[in-house]
Design a protein around this ligand. Structure first.
Ligand code: BGC
Length: 729
């Protein structure tokens, strides 16, 4: 080697060396290293006490007579102190999927954009809106100094009485998983960590701390777990929140199979598992896969504090596992960019945020029935009846309750006592349908009747050209609906009004399906769910035709409660603290899948929703192979512009008869316009889960598909050959 070349290579070697030593000196601070590596290096610098400190924390709320909210927290759902010595920021956690909450007015006077219920978002069948809504609440979290959003509820609506169905995304794993994933992606794009919750089978609120959800492994994988799996793949949430209930005999937050086996094992999930608030019952949950105890005042003990430290000293929880727990948390914090520079406070454009809430409501409202009464004709005498429609629109209650911008228009206490009494309030967002209708129909005379007396309301309806009756079903965390009737005798009111005037419209504001014993008499029925802080305007726009309705049911509306596998609510009336089973006999056949399997006729099927225009589908092409690729053309054949949500269902798989949504799209078409929609099925939807082999198994053979406007309507059908294959779990 020449002298020069020796010098050059010595210089190169020394440069490389110094680069390595700079990297080593920078250690976890080096943004070029992977989040895994940074988390590993940072964890190695923690003292045992610092590490334990990351693994548990309180609510950031103050109770009468109790200590103030923890120093350094932002008042809200939760707080995990950071490690200032190392620049590890605290985790500042807020609820939830519908907007930034302000529990107990912990931040006096703070209001935030209130999105419609997640069920309304699901009814939009529009992943883009899910992303925008997520990004919106992410920005509103960031501006308040939060860095964790307890959002991403994807539990399937297995029971229409579930008090939290409004926080979730309906009964189908693909719809819930995709929309949940998009909403999480929107949140996390704002450098906010999101959860996905409540893992898993948190299917009812009655006895939620004692309910043992019983289900077969394959059925679980093909339904609720698939919704979580898709949401996690799409959204990559930094954290998964385990649930209150037990699953197959073990509490969700101490469920080795679910957390270590499925989530971290089969799915390779790299984030952390946080508990729900009050869902931890032992320190050894650390061995079962739980990484962090949240809201610890609600548990009997701070299991993941001093007790976990003792377990670690005694060696019952290995040091390596403690490091794994903190590394998972730190990794998600690195991924979210919580270390790299000061968190930026975004500019909030309140009007733009309100417009997002309005778009979700616009696309989430479902026109269920219409005998030509809608859209409303101008210049009429209209009476609006009942349920605070003069003031605002109803919202669902519990930890997801948002105080919308403009404040609460009205709060109607429900009554009751105990710790959950604070949630017993019907909150109406300040978006009055009456005012919005008056603004939208300047030529009409619009009066209001409170609807207390059905006969009086009927008289008012008779004297008007058009009667619009508002009905509400208030739903809340911690309580289920007893049945599917409209509470407080509202069916009687609707019966009287619809009998008095055939030009009537029933506007439902519910947290899920309800029965409609008056349906034959109804001129039109609109399902507005909980429509958020712009709900009044959105309802008025749908009624007057400014918005062409495009919502589709994300849940089946049954003809009777007898069409569900559990006639009586499991656990109802049992003494407190008594465990009971909720046996999910229907397995993976949740909602419309079971209606199809048993040939039952619902009141309104999953996917149903009318428009003021008409759509036609043709030119179906079904391509097989490893999966199904289905394309077809949608044409707006009516006279008005409108959005459609065509749906593709698998109806036969290698000889097996079934029904599964395998794809959908939301298309916006002018009159006469056509669009080709192409849907490529997630092969897991063509498969069955093979429990013994711990894999998905596509049987192979001829697979049938239909294209239609709901789970019941078949406009096109076709088939193709799919190859036999197995897929990783
Ligand atoms: C709920 C969670 C929520 C948590 C924090 C619990 O009661 O189940 O969904 O995120 O409280 O408020």
């Amino acid at each position: 080697m020449s002298k020069n070349r020796v010098l050059v290579s010595a210089l190169a070697a020394s440069l490389a060396c110094s680069a390595i030593s700079v990297q080593a000196a920078e250690g976890w601070r080096n943004p070029k290293l992977s989040p895994d590596e940074r988390a590993r290096l940072l964890d190695a610098e923690l003292t045992p006490d610092e590490r334990i400190g990351l693994l548990h924390g309180p609510m950031a709320l103050s109770f009468p007579g109790g200590p103030p909210i923890p120093e350094g927290s932002v008042g809200g759902a939760g707080f995990i102190p950071g490690v200032p010595r190392l620049g590890i920021p605290a985790l500042k956690e807020t609820d939830a999927s519908l907007g930034i909450t302000n529990p107990g007015e912990v931040r006096p006077g703070d209001v935030a954009t209130a999105l419609p219920a997640s069920l309304a978002l699901a009814a939009s069948f529009n992943p883009k809106l899910a992303y925008e809504g997520g990004a919106m609440i992410g920005r509103e979290a960031a501006v308040r100094g939060f860095n964790v959003l307890l959002a991403g509820g994807v539990n399937l609506a297995r029971d229409p009485r579930n008090g939290r169905n409004f926080e979730y995304l309906g009964e189908d794993p693909l719809l819930a998983g995709l929309l949940g994933g998009e909403s999480i992606r929107g949140i996390q794009d704002q450098n906010i960590i999101s959860t996905v919750k409540h893992f898993s089978l948190n299917g009812q609120e009655t006895g939620r701390f004692y309910a043992n959800s019983v289900i077969g492994e394959a059925a679980h994988r093909e339904s609720d777990l698939l919704a979580f799996q898709i949401a996690i793949e799409k959204g990559q949430p930094g954290s998964v929140m385990c649930a209150y209930n037990l699953v197959n005999g073990a509490y969700s937050c101490g469920n080795d199979h679910l957390l270590n086996g499925v989530l971290k094992g089969d799915w390779g999930y790299k984030g952390w598992v946080m508990s729900d608030w009050g869902a931890v019952h032992a320190t050894d949950y650390a061995l079962k896969g739980l990484d962090q105890q949240s809201g610890e005042q609600l548990d009997q003990q701070v299991w993941f504090g001093e007790l976990l430290k003792q377990a670690s000293v005694a060696g019952t929880v290995p040091a390596a596992r403690l490091s794994d727990m903190s590394r998972r948390i730190l990794r998600s914090m690195f991924v979210a960019g919580l270390f790299d520079g000061k968190p930026s406070k975004p500019q909030i454009d309140a009007a733009a945020h309100a417009a997002i809430a309005k778009s979700v409501a616009d696309e989430g409202i479902v026109l269920l029935a219409n005998k030509g009464v809608l859209p409303l004709a101008a210049g009429k005498k209209v009476v609006v009846i009942g349920n605070q429609a003069d003031a605002g629109v109803l919202s669902g209650a519990g930890s997801s309750q948002v105080t919308g911008i403009g404040g609460n228009a009205r709060v109607v206490p429900i009554g009751g006592d105990g710790p959950m009494a604070m949630w017993g309030r019907q909150v109406f967002h300040a978006s009055s349908p009456l005012k919005a209708l008056r603004a939208a129909m300047p030529g009409a005379t619009i009066t209001f009747a409170d609807g207390r007396y059905p006969a009086e309301a009927a008289a008012a309806a008779k004297a008007a050209d058009i009667a619009i009756v508002f009905a509400t079903q208030w739903m809340a965390e911690a309580v289920d609906a007893y049945d599917l009737s409209l509470p407080q005798g509202q069916d009687e009111l609707i019966r009287a009004v619809t009998a008095a005037n055939p030009n009537n419209i029933v506007v439902l504001q519910t947290g899920g399906p309800v029965l409609m014993p008056w349906l034959d008499q109804a001129g039109a029925v609109v399902s507005a769910w909980y429509s958020g802080q712009k709900g009044g305007e959105a309802i008025a726009d749908v009624l007057t035709g400014k918005t062409n309705p495009s919502g589709r049911l994300p849940v089946t509306f049954p003809a009777s409660l007898d069409q569900y596998p559990r006639r009586d609510l499991p656990g109802w009336g049992l003494p407190k603290k008594q465990q009971f089973d909720v046996v999910y006999d229907e397995g993976a056949d949740v909602g419309y899948r079971r209606f199809a399997a048993l040939g039952m006729k619902p009141l309104f099927p999953f996917g149903h929703g009318l428009s003021y225009t008409t759509f036609a589908y043709d030119k179906l092409r079904v391509k097989g192979g490893d999966t199904l690729t289905v394309s077809f053309q949608v044409t707006n054949t009516g006279k008005l512009a409108g959005k459609d949500a065509p749906q593709v269902y698998l109806t036969g798989a290698g000889g097996q008869k079934l029904q599964r949504l395998i794809g959908f799209d939301k298309v916006d078409l002018k009159p006469g316009e056509s669009r080709t929609v192409t849907v490529k099925a997630d092969p897991r939807l063509l498969a069955n889960f093979d429990e013994a082999g711990r894999q998905w198994r596509v049987a192979g053979g001829t697979y049938q598909v239909t294209v239609g406007a709901s789970a019941e309507s078949v406009t096109l059908s076709g088939q193709a050959k799919v190859s036999k294959q197995t897929l990783k779990p």
